[in-house]
Design a binder for this molecule. Structure first.
Ligand SMILES: CCCCCCCCCCCCCC(=O)CC(=O)SCCNC(=O)CCNC(=O)[C@H](O)C(C)(C)COP(=O)(O)OP(=O)(O)OC[C@H]1O[C@@H](n2cnc3c(N)ncnc32)[C@H](O)[C@@H]1OP(=O)(O)O
Ligand SMILES: NC(=O)C1=CN([C@@H]2O[C@H](COP(=O)(O)OP(=O)(O)OC[C@H]3O[C@@H](n4cnc5c(N)ncnc54)[C@H](O)[C@@H]3O)[C@@H](O)[C@H]2O)C=CC1
Length: 257
């Protein structure tokens, strides 16, 4: 049960983040949906289905500190108190070769992917941990948990994934040092590296590619369901010994070039 969990979940109007909010609330917790203003109608539909007592929407670009601060404030101004859980699912994916037929990879595209995926994730870590540090510690001396989302692309990046894989590799890289930095205030830091999950993001791949990749997953031989990601988030929240580590959830899949 997550009855004591007060969470901020970025990118949670859609996909894995939405499944995370659904899991947290169905297990008794509360969640702030932190997503782009353009996703407000999706967020409203989630609130309609889960109830406004337990879910609220804060329009937010994770690269903007003022937006993340406003989302953290919303939890406290709603009488929920500071968040004790922050899950970063906000992310974008691009596909472009380092040197393609049209010339070198766009530097702007590369920088934008790193800004949203890596810098945005770190922005949430640094600001959410400050709020968590004001909470009373539990019996384990812990005040909160931060869960980031990388990707198997951090390890098996395909053709055209230099920017995306770099952004996710950086999240893998920051997991342990952030856990070390925040151990003094009792905040755990974990990262999940998902394989292929059936979400709107993955739908950006050609359907044929999606189908082919799904068949290549050893067991189960299918794309992951977002609810299975949400289940892992709940397990991490509930297990105080999980800290400073990256967990692949991929059915044993290793991406080909
Ligand atoms: C802003 C628009 C965004 C576009 C959609 C972006 C989709 C990204 C979705 C990622 C979602 C995140 C999921 C996740 O974290 C887990 C994963 O990483 S799933 C793996 C996703 N794979 C990719 O993102 C691969 C990206 N690469 C490509 O799409 C292509 O390589 C690219 C478009 C960059 C270049 O293709 P093309 O012009 O056809 O170049 P080549 O002819 O040289 O092809 C090279 C080689 O690669 C094969 N290929 C082509 N397209 C894809 C593809 N989409 N995924 C996998 N493989 C692809 C192609 O068949 C060639 O293979 P050969 O054996 O050499 O013929
Ligand atoms: N679907 C998959 O197979 C995999 C996804 N991932 C990662 O999981 C995370 C969630 O992905 P999905 O749910 O599949 O994608 P999705 O596209 O369904 O959801 C991503 C959400 O992030 C939001 N977002 C994008 N930029 C933002 C920003 N600057 N500020 C705030 N919100 C922003 C989008 O509006 C969207 O609601 C991403 O980080 C993605 O890289 C990793 C591995 C596999």
């Amino acid at each position: 049960m997550l009855s004591k969990t007060v969470s901020l979940v970025t990118g949670s109007a859609s996909g894995l983040g939405r499944a995370t909010v659904e899991r947290i609330v169905s297990s008794g917790g509360k969640a702030i949906i932190c997503d782009l203003p353009s996703q407000s109608s999706l967020a409203d539909s989630i609130i309609d289905s889960l109830g406004s007592d337990n879910v609220k929407f804060s329009p937010c670009d994770v690269t903007q500190s003022s937006d993340v601060t406003a989302a953290l404030d919303l939890s406290e101004n709603s009488g929920w108190g500071p968040v004790n859980c922050a899950v970063s699912c906000a992310g974008i994916a691009t596909a472009s070769k380092t040197l393609g037929r049209k010339g070198p990879h766009s530097l702007e595209m590369f920088s934008n992917v790193l800004a949203v995926n890596t810098v945005g994730t770190f922005n949430v870590i640094r600001l959410a941990s400050e709020r968590m540090s004001t909470l009373d510690p539990d019996d384990n001396g812990q005040r909160g948990v931060i869960i980031n989302t990388a990707s198997i692309a951090a390890y098996d990046g395909q053709v055209g994934q230099a920017a995306y894989a770099a952004s996710k590799g950086a999240i893998v890289g920051l997991t342990l040092p952030c856990a070390r930095d925040l151990s003094g205030v009792g905040v755990r830091v974990m990262t999940i590296a998902p394989g292929l999950f059936l979400t709107p993001l993955l739908a950006g791949l050609p359907e044929k590619v999606q189908e082919e990749m799904g068949k290549q997953i050893p067991c189960p031989r299918r794309l992951g369901d977002p609810s299975e990601f949400g289940k892992l988030v709940e397990s991490i929240i509930e297990n105080p010994m999980l800290n400073g580590e990256v967990i692949r959830i991929d059915g044993g899949y290793r991406m080909p070039p």
